[in-house]
Design a binder for this molecule. Structure first.
Ligand code: PMP
Ligand code: GLN
Length: 375
């Protein structure tokens, strides 16, 4: 008997596999295709010859914990205690899984905002808890009244994802004010803030949960160096949590992985001394603008993109097919892979929207756009 009867293979796996099978340009799963900074790969090559191949301490390589604390301080002016409030994880996925399984109990409710990234629901179900999916507004802003109506005495956690995958929406000052008012009424709810794209925002500045004094004592903030340093395959992420929550989170972490890849942790720690992480926003703003420019005369309608490296488009002027069928046909007939947005909704709502990843070199974006403009 399956413990997760309704969970199927991730759409990212399905679409990437199909893209490879048909030799299509893969703008589906989110990962960069351009080379990693040579300074970072040089550090890895150097480290591979040193004695850094054994376990790091359970919470993370000490110098990396210090650098993450410094990064959070520089970016957001928050002081976190590296030994007690930070944990290095195998990507944001493990940070999220570990947090949920450590803090959520049988029959608790966890509010997830639709459309939502795919890794939140399964750990909730494995806790025998109930995911409560609440729709965002049509413009992907949170509807705080509806979210509040969904809160009950059983609500243990609200998950926010900011900047938002897949829509690229970012939360505003007024969103945080509403969230704070709501949470004041429900003192037992924990906030899980997935901010893996925290450094990829464009016109508007990212507002991190780290900057919200009223939330800090009840918030677990998750990020990933996979996004910030173009190394999604390294699976190095981290979370920040107040000590009383971190104690519980570490109980699970030590038996899930104990510690994570030593060389990659040390490499990132050294790289953080020489790189400016905020530059990444500029790089992706250029990519976003270029990709939008390339698609401007196509039949696709471009949705706003405030952050992340994803561009959502409507194909309503092209086809009436459902978005999954459309994406499959896009691969087979036009050689470009995308992600259907219906898969981010619990009820599979089909709005004729698909998501392209623009974290690609310009030649790839140009060839993809050429094929898309010919449709
Ligand atoms: N959260 C969101 C919103 C994501 O898009 C992703 C994946 N890219 C993750 C979490 C997982 O990050 P990681 O690859 O570091 O596990
Ligand atoms: N976060 C990536 C995306 O949204 C997918 C990562 C994965 O495949 N697990 O495309």
């Amino acid at each position: 008997m399956s413990k997760l009867p309704n969970i199927s293979t991730s759409i990212f796996t399905v679409m990437s596999k199909m893209a490879a099978q048909y030799n299509a340009i893969n703008l589906s799963q989110g990962f960069p295709n351009f080379p990693v900074d040579e300074r970072l790969t040089d550090i890895v090559a150097k480290l591979a010859k040193e004695i850094v191949h054994q376990y790091t301490p359970m919470s993370g390589y000490p110098s990396l914990l210090l650098k993450i604390a410094a990064l959070i301080n520089t970016s957001y002016g928050r002081t976190v205690q590296p030994e007690t409030e930070l944990l290095v994880t195998a990507g944001a996925t493990q940070a999220i899984f570990t947090t949920i399984t450590a803090l959520v109990k049988n029959s608790d409710e966890v509010i997830i905002l639709d459309p939502s990234y795919d890794c939140y629901e399964a750990p909730v179900l494995l806790c025998n808890a109930n995911p409560v999916r609440v729709a965002l507004n049509d413009d992907y802003t949170p509807n705080w009244e509806i979210i509040e109506k969904a809160c009950t005495s059983k609500t243990k956690m609200i998950i926010i994802n900011n900047p938002h995958n897949p829509t690229g929406k970012i939360l505003t000052e007024s969103d945080f004010e509403s969230l704070e008012i709501l949470l004041e009424k429900y003192p037992d709810i924990i906030l899980l803030s997935d901010e893996v794209y925290e450094y990829i925002t464009f016109e508007e500045k990212h507002i991190s949960a780290h900057t919200r004094k009223k939330l800090l004592n009840r918030c677990v903030m998750v990020s990933s160096f996979g996004k910030s340093f173009h190394v999604t395959g390294w699976k190095i992420g981290y979370l920040a949590a107040p000590e009383y929550l971190m104690k519980e989170i570490k109980k699970v972490h030590q038996f899930l992985v104990f510690s994570v890849n030593s060389i990659c942790q040390i490499a990132i720690s050294e790289y953080l001394d020489i790189v400016s992480i905020v530059e990444i926003g500029k790089l992706y703003q250029e990519k976003r603008d270029y990709f939008r420019q390339l698609l401007k005369d196509s039949s696709f309608k471009l949705m706003p993109c405030e952050g992340t490296y994803f561009q959502v488009v409507s194909y309503v002027a092209i086809s009436n097919e459902n978005d999954v069928d459309f994406c499959k046909r896009l691969i087979v007939e036009h050689g470009v892979a995308a992600i259907p947005i219906s898969t981010f909704y619990a009820d599979g709502k089909d709005l004729k929207l698909i998501r392209f990843c623009f974290a690609k070199d310009n030649a790839t974006l140009e060839e993809a756009a050429k094929r898309l403009c010919a449709i």
